[in-house]
Design a protein around this ligand. Structure first.
Ligand code: CDT
Length: 349
């Protein structure tokens, strides 16, 4: 067994009048509560530090930029240097707890032109730094407001505020989380869990991939991680429960949204023989409802732990990474069973 205790730190609404400090206090409380339950890795939702602003039509540039965290080649994880990011790092070290954090990133590269992304990072306590970043690839909704921005519809304006992610789906190994990992050169030929290894990687350290919200609905987003041997995919979301412009009562729409969420998380885990932590921000935020259903899913696609409320709630599970082996060696042994010569259309259209 390769045991690890993980948590989905579900958040209730971050209303737009809440300060970063107020929100940060809730994140830190989640970490303290998680430590009491032996958690070594905690995941926060998409855009965890702010309200889900893509539902709003913001016209003033300053209003938009207030939601973003600066980043640049010299400060790739600028958010962790801010007054609302530093305390997360300090708490992580005090408790020995890695974290996944969703946030809005304003990246200013060498050319000085800012580009905005819906991003997430993975902070590793053992490494003493953030070791991975992912930028959301699948941006739902529209660039222009529907119905002229009218208040009788709910907007989803991610295409307006973000550029599609440009980092691909790069899996990584997180050091120090499970017992018994050994240096790559000392590992015996028979891999404990497969996957690509860099020379500094330690065999036995979990292979992790990151997604953000809408990505979880796309098999194309999970599969690159599966192909890299991912044992755990972490995904934060904000999913509208219902919208007045769509058919069906709020109850019917909510039930369908919850079903599709569950289906996507369970299928992604099963098809790639990996665990997944899926964590939402939910409840009534600025008058609009978002689904809960934060869940931890095993490599068989079974939900092993799930939230019960639409508020701040910690969902904890003891997982065994070794459970991925069955699927990876049998039904989803990609090397043995995939037929890449038949998949060309995936890259043509
Ligand atoms: N944040 C995000 O990506 N939300 C979308 C809403 C789309 S409504 C089906 C999601 O896919 O959950």
């Amino acid at each position: 067994p390769r045991p690890l205790t993980v948590a989905a730190a579900q958040l209730g609404p971050n209303n737009k009048d809440m300060s970063r400090d107020e929100i940060l206090a809730r994140l830190l409380k989640h970490m303290d509560d998680a430590a009491l339950r032996g958690v070594r890795l905690i995941a926060f939702p998409e855009l965890a530090l702010t309200t889900f602003f893509p539902v709003m039509l913001l016209t003033a540039a300053a209003e938009v930029s207030a939601y973003f965290e600066p980043a640049s080649p010299s400060r790739p994880y600028g958010v962790l240097e801010t007054p609302h990011g530093k305390p997360l790092v300090e708490k992580a070290h005090a408790l020995g707890m890695d974290f996944y954090l969703g946030y809005a990133e304003r990246w200013t590269g060498e050319d000085g032109v800012p580009i905005d992304y819906n991003a997430t990072l993975y902070y590793s306590v053992a490494a003493g730094r953030a070791i991975a970043k992912y930028r959301k690839v699948h941006l739902p909704g529209t660039k222009e407001p529907i119905d002229g921005g009218g208040t009788k519809v709910y907007q989803q304006l991610e295409k307006r505020y973000f550029h599609p992610g440009d980092l691909g789906f790069q899996a990584f190994r997180a050091p120090g989380l499970v017992e018994g990992a050994v240096k790559a050169e000392d590992a015996d030929a028979e891999g404990a869990e497969g996957g690509k290894m860099n020379s500094t990687d330690r065999k036995g350290d979990p292979i992790i991939g990151m997604l953000i919200c809408n990505d979880r609905r796309w098999p194309e987003a999970w599969r690159p991680y599966g192909l890299q041997g991912a044992e755990l995919v972490i995904e934060g979301y904000n999913t509208t429960a219902w919208a007045p412009q769509y058919d069906g009562s709020p109850e019917e729409q909510t039930a369908t949204a919850e079903f599709h969420h569950r289906l996507s998380c369970q299928a992604g885990s099963y098809h790639n023989a990996c665990w997944s932590i899926n964590v939402g921000k939910c409840g009534e935020e600025n008058g609009q409802w978002m689904i809960g259903g934060s869940m931890i899913v095993d490599p068989n696609g079974r939900v092993v732990a799930e939230s019960e409320t639409l508020g701040d709630e910690l969902v904890v599970a003891g997982i065994d990474l070794a459970l991925c082996r069955k699927g990876k060696d049998r039904v989803f042994n990609f090397e043995r069973h995939r037929r890449v010569d038949q998949y060309g259309i995936l890259l043509e259209q």
